[in-house]
Design a protein around this ligand. Structure first.
Ligand SMILES: Nc1ncnc2c1ncn2[C@@H]1O[C@H](COP(=O)(O)OP(=O)(O)O)[C@@H](O)[C@H]1O
Ligand SMILES: [Mg+2]
Length: 247
């Protein structure tokens, strides 16, 4: 990348309960498209995302469009335009789809972008009065991603949005992310390498709380030795998903 990236993370460190979880994560998120954040289970992907958002105590540097954000509280980062679809989806099961979206609305000049959300997810329009707890895993993921698109965010961070979904639903969610990324750049934590191959231009690989590799996604995925060494594909949890249940 020649121009400075949208998000520039340098030497991000996170200490939780006296334990060093991250000891030096470097990460650039491009201004366009999907940047994938990869690594084996426990490598520190979720902690990196939570560190970027200020949800855990952090040190180091996180520049959003050139401005330092370490030291700013999470609500300020959210107001500055970082949308977050967390690993557990963060859906209110007892509320309807429409209510879940309404709760995500932020006051701003533009007003919530229901047009965009319903264009990308017609299913959410059809199901707006359905209780979110009765949606399938894929539909809940659409609510989680839809919420990040409501407020004109500058960056969307999605943490393993395809996890635990049936293959057909993985494809649907990938399509949605692909379209979302045409509107807003996405940092995608993803274990499914078929999804990474399809969506991501750039990738960052973490290992043991550090950045182990940064580069173009096609280059890494085309290098069998590097993917095996960095991701353990073929004998670990990063092998492309098989027929798991749609939770
Ligand atoms: N709140 C926490 N307290 C203690 N250890 C944690 C906490 N959150 C994560 N960890 C540990 O930090 C490591 C990285 O976790 P995580 O960021 O969730 O990895 P990933 O998302 O890559 O699977 C793991 O060893 C995990 O057990
Ligand atoms: Mg995780």
């Amino acid at each position: 990348m020649t121009a400075p990236a949208l998000l520039v993370v340098r030497d991000l460190r996170v200490l939780i309960g006296g334990r060093h979880i991250l000891h030096g994560v470097d990460l650039d998120v491009a201004h366009h498209g999907v940047t994938a954040l990869l690594g084996r289970n426990g490598a520190g992907k979720t902690t990196t995302v939570r560190g970027v958002l200020g949800l855990v105590p952090r040190a180091g540097s996180v520049l959003l469009d050139g401005e330092e954000t370490v030291g700013l509280p999470t609500h300020t980062l959210v107001r500055r335009g970082i949308g977050y679809a967390p690993e557990d989806r963060g859906i209110f099961a007892g509320l309807t789809v429409a209510e879940n979206l309404r709760l995500a609305e932020r006051r701003g000049a533009e007003g919530p972008a229901y047009g965009l959300v319903h264009e990308l997810f017609p299913e959410l329009k059809r199901r707006e009065r359905q209780l979110a707890g009765t949606l399938s895993g894929g539909q809940q993921q659409m609510v989680a991603i839809g919420r990040t698109l409501l407020n004109g965010n500058r960056l969307i961070i999605a943490d393993e949005p395809t996890k635990g979904l049936a293959p057909k639903v993985v494809t649907e969610v990938a399509q949605v992310l692909e379209r979302a990324a045409e509107a807003v750049p996405v940092l995608l934590v993803e274990q499914n390498l078929a999804v990474v191959r399809r969506l991501a231009e750039h990738c960052v690989v973490l290992a043991d709380g550090r950045t182990a590799h940064q580069g173009d996604a096609a280059g890494l995925l085309g290098d069998a030795e590097a993917t095996r060494r960095l991701l353990g594909v073929g004998r670990g949890p990063l092998a492309p998903h098989t027929a798991e249940a749609d939770s």
